[in-house]
Ligand binder design. Sequence first.
Ligand code: SF4
Length: 290
Amino acid sequence: MGTARWLTPASGYLEGYTHTLNPYVGCSFGCSYCYVRRLPVGLFRSEPWGSWVDAKKAEPLKLMSELAKAKSKGSVAIFFSSATDPYQPIEVSAQVTRSLLEVMVDEPPDFVLLQTRSPLVVRDMDLLQQLKDRVRVSMTVETDREDVRRVLTPSAPPLAGRLNALRQLRDAGIDTQAAVSPILPHTPDFARLLSVTAPRVVVDDFFSGDGSGGRRSEVLGMRPIFEQNGWISWYDPSVIGRFVDSLRPYMPEAAIGVNAAGFAPPEYKVAYCPEDTEVALDPAETESEG
Ligand code: SF4
């Protein structure tokens, strides 16, 4: 293991987060619309994005001191992960993400958003339960159409498994949200389906949600893919508004998030006490948006 750091100061699009945490470099899901493809990590390697993934070379226990140091300076809200999926297929054996969650149970951040599209997250339910309201699992469910997923994210886990994972986590008392990110062509039943699966839904799109006003999505070639598949009417900034409207009959307004603000942490007035990190949080003070 090397001396790499686990926590990276958050910047740019991630509203409300102090740090990002990426247990892997690369991502075997290789989504066609992944903006990381165009970042240095995706460009400066000879193999195509999606064909490689490496565990980050750092000792999981090093996260303990990084967390303690960050917490001594203020609140710590972690986006886990921003440039990979923390539940890569190799996580089954590598258990890097699980090791990092174990550290967090002992040295909890104020909030961690566990962003994934893999049902493997259910394996770590025991640790997520120990983190209580300091963790929210955000499961990407961009569509309810498997034919669409197979075209745009053929290496990502099937949708039924993700929906099932959301239900299992919710039923285990873990805070969850479905991340329709980016919104893709879907059936008329999609809003209802999500509303009975997760207590919260956050939506973004290829335009306001790509962090560049739609330029990243154009560079990634999303428009021709939508044209070739007969979906061009879905490649439009109006789609997100119509979908949010379709959620409203099923969910309270506070349970619907949009774009970067929708991914932001719930408000924590007093997230931890530097003198006594064991102090219990008052649920009324830490109630989530959902
Ligand atoms: S899972 Fe996330 S990081 Fe991985 S390829 Fe898809 S969008 Fe990119």
